[in-house]
Design a protein around this ligand. Structure first.
Ligand code: PGA
Length: 258
């Protein structure tokens, strides 16, 4: 049985004051929910304060990225150990903005995935195709390449210790959500690809959908058999929207098997 997960990706938004206000508005409403897992990923400088406010709550702390190296002379880097120290449970890895804007490679994402596990964090590996890739019929080959890089470096069992987020790049921040069926098709492909290496890992694997998830479309997406929750960008910055999405995960049927 897979328990749904909703994670908010605050990206590079807000201030110290607005981050505090946002988590304080989210916590009491999510406290009443108990059938899914919840997390927020604030910007690095606000992890401390958001972590303090949310300590002991049912909203876990996550980071948006981590360094692929352990420690030492990597100016600007933030290590997995530091994030664990600050109370993080999750770390996003290979988000499309890291890949597309900052030139992060499949190999770097695989190294980061390994670092997260090494330091006791649950990596949320983001995969997904651009619009040009979808139109060229390359969705599956792109997602397979991104997944395989991690399997090759970390092993199939390591996939079972993390979470996958399918985020079509054309749906991120565009207001253009994948249809529930489009999401389901790629989620089923991902699960199938992992199943080829390890069936039990694949069946238990949490696969999130991300890309313009809102209060108004979350329930339909979460109703698909292979959609185990969401990674939420823009809508996670509005407490009521985010809480409504958390509620949709709470109300969705638990998925026994794809
Ligand atoms: P969005 O972002 O919900 O604003 O489309 C999702 C993400 O980038 O994780």
């Amino acid at each position: 049985m897979r328990v749904k997960l909703v994670a908010g990706n605050w990206k590079m938004s807000g201030s110290l004051a607005s981050s505090q206000a946002l988590i304080k508005a989210i916590l009491p409403q999510v406290a009443a929910l108990n059938r899914a897992r919840y997390a927020v990923c604030p910007p690095f400088p606000y992890l401390g304060v958001v972590g303090q406010v949310s300590q002991g709550s049912n909203v876990a702390l996550g980071a948006q990225d981590l360094c692929q190296f352990d420690d030492g002379a990597y100016t600007g880097g933030v290590s997995g150990a530091m994030l664990a120290d600050c109370g993080c449970r999750y770390a996003l890895v290979g988000h499309s903005e890291r890949r597309g804007i900052f030139g992060e490679t499949d190999e770097a994402a695989a190294l980061k995935y390994g670092q997260a596990l090494k330091h006791g964090l649950t990596p949320i590996l983001c995969v997904g195709e651009t619009l040009a890739e979808r139109e060229a019929g390359a969705t599956e080959s792109v997602v397979a390449r991104q997944l395989d890089a991690v399997v090759k470096r970390c092993g199939a069992a390591a996939i079972g210790q993390g979470v996958i987020a399918y985020e079509p790049v054309w749906a991120i921040g565009t207001g253009k959500t994948a249809t529930p069926q489009q999401a389901q098709d790629v989620h089923a492909f991902i699960r199938g690809r992992i199943a080829a290496a390890d069936r039990r890992v694949a069946e238990a694997l949490t696969i999130l959908y991300g890309g313009s998830v809102k209060a108004g479309n979350a329930a339909q997406l979460f109703a698909m058999p292979d959609v185990d929750g969401g990674l939420i960008g823009g809508a996670s910055l509005v407490a009521d929207e985010f809480v409504a999405i958390c509620r949709a995960a709470q109300d969705a049927k638990e998925t026994v098997k794809a």
